[in-house]
Write a protein that binds this ligand. Structure first.
Ligand SMILES: Cc1cc2nc3c(=O)[nH]c(=O)nc-3n(C[C@H](O)[C@H](O)[C@H](O)COP(=O)(O)O)c2cc1C
Ligand SMILES: [Fe+2]
Ligand SMILES: [Fe+2]
Length: 400
C-alpha cells in the first residue's frame, strides 16, 4: 500500500479498521475507525505514532513507500494506548536506530509494555526539536485521556499532531482530509467518540484547549478520523471538544428505559408523548437492552434532560439499567435535569436504587419519581404525565 501525501513533506501512513466490532471491546464501530500515523520528511524523518498491531503489515508497507529508501530517524509517541503504540516494538526491530521521543510518563510505559529503555529522547513541556526546515514543539496534555498524552506542534507548517484529542470514530473511505470528504458524516461520531472515550476528562481537556489556544492551527492531524485543514472545520472541531468538555448541552430529553414485558416501556412512551405535547421537539427514546450504551451516552452528552426508568429485578435494578447508570456515573457528567421512574410487582427497588444514583450524580432532580405496580393504571399514568410536565417546564425555561 502506498502512503498518501497530505501536503508537502507530510504523508499519511495510517490504516482503517472495519473488522473490529467493539473499540476497547466496549464501543460499537458501525462505520469503522482509523488509526492515523503520519510521516514528516525533513532532513530528519519523523513518524508520529504507529497503528494497532493487527494492521502493522499495511502500515509498514505505507511507511516504506513514504520513506522511499530514507532512514527513519524519530518516532514521536504522543499516546501510548495500544491502538497507536501497538506496532512500536516491531517498528524498532525494523528500524533499530530509531530514536523514540516522549515524556517521562511515556518512558515508564515504553518499558512496561514493550521493554524499550534505550534510544529514548525524553522531552519536557514546551521543548522544541529542529528537524531541518521544520521545528517541532511538544506540549504535554496529561489525562486527555491517559497520563502520558501529549501533542506535537509543527511550528513551521502550523500542523498540530493532536493524538486522540479532536479524534472521531469512522473510517476514512477514500478521502483523508476534510476537503476530500463530507465532514457531516463525522460530527455525530465525534460526539460518540468524545463521550465514550474521553468523556470523563472534561477538566483536563479544558486545560489542554486553554494551553493550545495561543497557537495558530492550519491543520489538525489527530490519531482517529479525517485531517482537518479548513478554517471552518478546525473551528468546528475545537468548538465541539470545548463544548463537550464543559458538559454543555442542547435543549432536549433522552429517555432510557428497561422493560421485560412492556409495562415499563408504556411509561416511557407516556412520558415521551407528554413531553412532545408540551412542545419539546428533541426527544430520543432508548431501550437499554437494545440501544448500544455508547449511543445513549452520546445522546446524554448532547441534551440537558435525562429520564431513566426500569423494572425491579431480583430486588435490584434491572441489570442493563444498572450497567448504563454505572457508565454514566463514571463520566462525571455535569449540569443535567434528571427524572426517573420504575416498576415492580411485589416489592419495589428500582425507584429507590435510581434515587441513590441521583443523589451521587449531582444533577437537578426534576418532578416526582413515577413508580408503577404491575401494570399501568390511572395513578401511574398521571405520575408519568406529571414527571414529563415537570421536565418540559425545566427544558423550556432553560431555552430562554
Ligand atoms: C427475573 C425477575 C425478577 C424480578 N424481581 C422482582 C423483585 O425483586 N421485586 C419485584 O417487585 N418485582 C420483581 N420482578 C417483577 C418485575 O419487576 C415486573 O415484571 C416488571 O416491573 C414489569 O415491568 P415490565 O413489563 O416493563 O418488564 C421480577 C421479574 C423477573 C422476570
Ligand atoms: Fe487513547
Ligand atoms: Fe486512540
Amino acid at each position: 500500500m502506498k502512503a498518501i501525501e497530505i501536503k508537502k513533506d507530510l504523508f499519511y501512513v495510517g490504516v482503517n479498521d472495519r473488522t473490529k466490532h467493539l473499540f476497547e471491546n466496549l464501543w460499537p464501530l458501525p462505520q469503522g475507525v482509523s488509526y492515523n500515523s503520519y510521516l514528516l520528511i525533513d532532513e530528519k524523518t519523523v513518524l508520529f505514532d504507529t497503528v494497532e498491531i493487527g494492521y502493522s503489515d499495511v502500515f509498514f508497507s505505507k511507511l516504506e513507500s513514504a520513506l522511499n529508501g530514507k532512514a527513519l530517524d524519530y518516532l514521536v509517541v504522543n499516546h501510548m494506548e495500544p491502538d497507536h503504540s501497538g506496532s512500536l516494538a516491531l517498528l524498532k526491530t525494523k528500524y533499530p536506530n530509531i530514536e523514540i521521543i516522549g515524556n517521562a510518563r511515556t518512558a515508564e510505559m515504553l518499558a512496561g509494555y514493550y521493554g524499550i529503555t534505550d534510544n529514548l529522547k525524553i522531552i519536557t513541556d514546551g521543548e522544541e526539536l529542529k528537524t531541518g526546515k521544520h521545528t517541532l514543539q511538544f506540549h504535554l496534555i496529561p489525562m486527555v485521556h491517559w497520563p502520558e498524552t501529549m501533542v506535537t506542534y509543527d511550528i513551521t507548517e502550523k500542523t498540530l499532531f493532536s493524538g486522540d484529542a479532536f479524534g472521531t470514530f469512522g473510517a476514512l473511505d477514500g478521502g483523508i482530509t476534510d476537503t476530500q470528504l463530507r465532514p457531516e458524516r463525522y460530527w455525530d461520531e465525534m460526539i460518540r467518540y468524545y463521550s465514550n472515550i474521553v468523556g470523563k476528562y472534561g477538566s483536563p481537556v479544558q486545560k489542554a484547549i486553554a494551553k493550545l489556544s495561543g497557537i495558530e492551527i492550519a491543520t489538525i492531524c489527530a490519531t482517529h478520523g479525517p485531517m482537518w485543514t479548513e478554517k471552518e472545520n478546525i473551528s468546528k472541531v475545537v468548538a465541539l471538544y470545548d463544548k463537550l468538555s464543559k458538559y454543555e448541552t442542547e435543549p432536549g430529553v433522552v429517555i432510557a428505559y428497561g422493560s421485560m414485558y412492556g409495562h415499563t416501556e408504556q411509561m416511557a412512551e407516556t412520558i415521551a408523548s407528554e413531553l412532545a405535547a408540551q412542545g419539546i421537539r428533541d426527544i430520543v427514546i432508548h431501550n437499554v437492552s437494545v440501544s448500544p450504551h455508547s449511543n445513549i451516552i452520546r445522546d446524554v452528552f448532547k441534551y440537558n434532560g435525562l429520564i431513566v426508568g426500569c423494572p425491579t429485578y431480583n430486588n435490584q435494578l434491572y441489570p442493563e439499567m444498572e450497567a448504563l447508570l454505572s457508565k454514566l456515573a463514571a463520566r462525571g457528567i455535569k449540569n443535567r435535569y434528571f427524572g426517573y421512574f420504575g416498576s415492580f410487582t411485589w416489592a419495589g427497588a428500582a425507584v429507590k436504587n435510581i434515587a441513590a444514583f441521583a443523589e451521587t450524580s449531582g444533577w437537578e432532580v426534576v418532578g416526582v419519581p413515577a413508580e408503577m405496580k404491575q401494570a399501568m393504571n390511572q395513578q401511574s399514568r398521571d405520575a408519568a404525565v406529571a414527571l414529563a410536565q415537570a421536565m418540559a417546564e425545566k427544558i423550556k425555561s432553560d431555552k430562554k
